[in-house]
Design a protein around this ligand. Structure first.
Ligand code: NAP
Length: 275
């Protein structure tokens, strides 16, 4: 990545903080990053931890940006955009928004239509460098700008482009909300093992390591996850008995319905926030 000036609005928050951490680890110079926030104490701690310059003045920060990352909660986005619209219209930085649920049409209304904007949908494992981010760029965002967005996302994991903005709702259903699905599954396994008499601490260690191992194996394997599953199952064995119970209980259909509900809620939120 060229050494553009990167400004993160809400930079000391979880998601922006994770991205900044990834960029610094990958060698991005801290003096080319500026983080904004509302709380001076929080910002001072962030600066002490990262070496990144901080400010509470969003508009002044935006006026310095080559790349402006918006990372406040969706409900706060309209007020924020209104407050920085003037410097953004003037400087026309590449805007990358991390907010769930807000369509590009809303940003165009709030910031002006001539500003290049990329929607990025990261997930919380970005905090440990294992994120999965979906990206969407409309026409008008250049190849070089797309590359900047992609390099920012890959500083904390992997990135996948979607071709239509509605694809971001699918990304939310897969990877945005996905960590919580796996946490739910792990929680259920830990609870079940503890109920069956295993020490909770042991159940937790075995479950988490198994989740990590399964993901690592799947990532490094040439065969798909269905085959990896079959590799664990011997005929009439223990795993087969458990998998049969999942299937007869309707797990695949339940997963499909849950993901559909998630994507539907993402589209609903887009309508609610597009005001
Ligand atoms: N967490 C996820 O899994 C996830 C996944 C994908 C996308 N996202 C998106 O990422 C964005 C940030 O989420 P997050 O989880 O990182 O939230 P967060 O930890 O609350 O971070 C938001 C930060 O923005 C700051 N802030 C609020 N209003 C501000 C303003 N007017 N000016 C400057 N800073 C302001 C907050 O400061 P204070 O603490 O002082 O309020 C906070 O540090 C959201 O839009 C969310 O939809 C999150």
């Amino acid at each position: 990545m060229e050494r553009e000036k990167l400004v993160f609005i809400g930079g000391a928050g979880n998601m922006a903080g994770a991205v900044i951490g990834g960029l610094l680890t990958s060698g991005y110079p801290s003096e080319q990053i500026l983080a904004t926030g509302r709380n001076n104490d929080k910002l001072a701690k962030f600066k002490a931890r990262t070496g990144v310059e901080v400010t509470t003045d969003n508009a002044a920060a935006a006026s310095e940006a080559d790349v402006l990352v918006l990372s406040v909660k969706p409900q706060m986005m309209k007020d924020l955009c209104t407050s920085i619209a003037s410097p953004v219209r003037e400087r026309k930085p590449l805007v990358i928004t991390l907010a769930a649920g807000i369509p590009l049409a809303a940003y165009r209304r709030w910031l002006g239509s001539g500003v290049p904007i990329v929607r990025a949908m990261p997930n919380t494992p970005a905090q440990v460098g294992a994120g999965a981010t979906g990206l969407f760029a409309p026409d008008g965002v250049s190849a070089a700008q797309r590359q900047i967005a992609e390099e920012m996302a890959t500083a904390v994991g992997i990135a996948v482009w979607v071709e239509r903005e509605s694809g971001i709702d699918q990304v939310i259903a897969v990877s945005g909300s996905g960590p919580a699905y796996f946490f739910q599954f792990m929680e259920s396994m830990i609870d079940a093992a503890a109920k069956a008499g295993m020490r909770r601490e042991d159940a937790e260690r075995l479950t988490l390591q198994t989740a990590l191992g399964a993901a690592k194996l799947a990532l490094s394997s040439d065969v798909d996850v269905a085959q990896l599953k079959r590799n664990v199952m011997s005929p009439n064995g223990t795993t087969e008995r458990a998998i049969q119970r999942f299937l007869s209980g309707g797990l695949p259909q339940l997963v499909e319905e849950a993901m559909r509900d998630c994507a539907t809620r993402a589209a609903e939120m887009a309508r609610e926030l597009d005001t």
